[in-house]
Write a protein that binds this ligand. Structure first.
Ligand code: FAQ
Length: 328
């Protein structure tokens, strides 16, 4: 046990959580709380950054200029989310370099969903609609989590992910109204992304090793299965509205609970992907490591620039007003 972790301190911390207080980085916290947050937040940051790869593949092949601008902005947003999350996680006393080393060494995880390939343009719509849609459900809850920096990072991220979700849905809806070939392409994309999206919420509650602690500490505000169900309930009517079929013959509405009941998720597939045997695990990690190596000179140049800036005397600022250029 941590030298400063006493039963009294721990009880006071649990009381703060129970009262719905927000915990800030300088507040005392049990080591278990810090570790859980660090695991989850760094994993989340890695997911945003690795998540740029499947969609980044399609920037050069977007069908129109409008679609290309949208996709470029989305991929850049994901990079920004990674940066906010690394900053928020750094407030727990671990550097970004350490977190990135853990990702590149294979010690840290990132979301299983990003180990699937993007085979057609319709996949970009399916990712926006389904994957970002799932992220919004999960992250809207995290915006109310007990750790201040994580909750605050989620506010802006959720707004952006919601926009991504709508952009993805618009792509899917457009293709669903298109030619027979476009309809077939979008249906195929949804068939491939549906089940991996449901796996994003994590294993069933009974197998979720971290949920008990995370729920008690109000980091997770709903269980994996509850979040999955919420997402299914939101998504089925959206699919029906545009004539897309979700690839689950057992999906049916249960009037008693008000839920859309789904068939069984293939949890063996989920475990295989987590073990590193998904369709693109090797490709994704190789691309991430290469990007990190190729960016080394940028980081070094930025550090050298900052070191030089700090040693220079501040330049005098001119107080003479500048004249506006004359209108011609
Ligand atoms: N993938 O005990 P639990 C996005 C692991 S952001 C990989 O239930 P927990 C934006 C889990 O780590 C997507 N591993 O875990 C975007 C644990 O292993 P460990 C990322 C998973 O933490 C869109 C073990 O299984 N979002 O998509 C997964 O209580 C489009 C047992 O599981 C977040 O990270 C998985 N899906 O619940 C970007 C949100 N599920 O670490 C680009 C924050 C479970 O003990 C394009 N995270 N595992 O060795 C969370 O909400 C939670 O961490 C869960 C997992 C729900 C993911």
């Amino acid at each position: 046990m941590d030298a400063v972790e006493s039963p009294e301190r721990r009880a006071a911390f649990e009381a703060r959580i129970a009262a719905g207080e927000v915990i800030e980085p300088k507040d005392w916290m049990p080591e278990g709380y810090r570790r859980q947050l660090l695991r989850m937040m760094s994993q989340h940051a890695h997911s945003e950054v690795v998540g740029m790869l499947p969609e980044g593949n399609w920037i050069t092949r977007a069908p129109t200029l409008r679609r290309k601008i949208g996709l470029l902005a989305k991929v850049q947003d994901e990079a920004g989310h990674g940066l906010y999350l690394y900053c928020a996680a750094e407030s727990l006393g671990v550097s970004r370099d350490e977190m990135l080393d853990a990702l590149h060494d294979g010690a840290a995880r990132y979301a299983s969903i990003f180990n699937y390939p993007t085979l057609s343009w319709a996949d970009i719509g399916a990712i926006g609609w389904l994957v970002d849609g799932a992220a919004v459900v999960n992250q809207t809850l995290l915006a109310k989590c007990s750790f201040g920096p994580y909750a605050r990072a989620m506010l802006r991220i959720c707004r952006e992910e919601n926009f991504h979700r709508r952009q993805g849905y618009e792509i899917v809806a457009t293709l669903a109204r298109g030619t027979a070939a476009q309809r077939a392409m979008v249906q195929d994309a949804v068939n491939r992304w549906w089940w991996p999206t449901l796996m994003m919420f994590g294993p069933p509650d009974a197998e979720s090793a971290n949920s008990e602690a995370l729920m008690r500490w109000r980091v997770k505000r709903q269980s994996n299965d509850a979040q999955r169900q919420w997402f299914i309930n939101l998504t089925v009517p959206q699919a029906n509205a545009i004539g897309i079929e979700l690839p689950d013959p057992e999906l049916e509405f249960d009037a008693e609970s008000g839920n859309w009941k789904s068939g069984a998720v293939d949890w063996d597939e989920f475990r295989r992907v987590l073990r590193g045997d998904g369709p693109c695990n090797h490709e994704r990690m190789a691309a991430r490591r290469r990007a990190h190596e190729e960016g080394r000179w940028v980081r070094q140049a930025a550090q050298a620039f900052e070191a030089r800036r700090r040693t220079r005397a501040p330049r005098e600022i001119s107080t003479t007003p500048r004249r506006e250029p004359a209108h011609v």
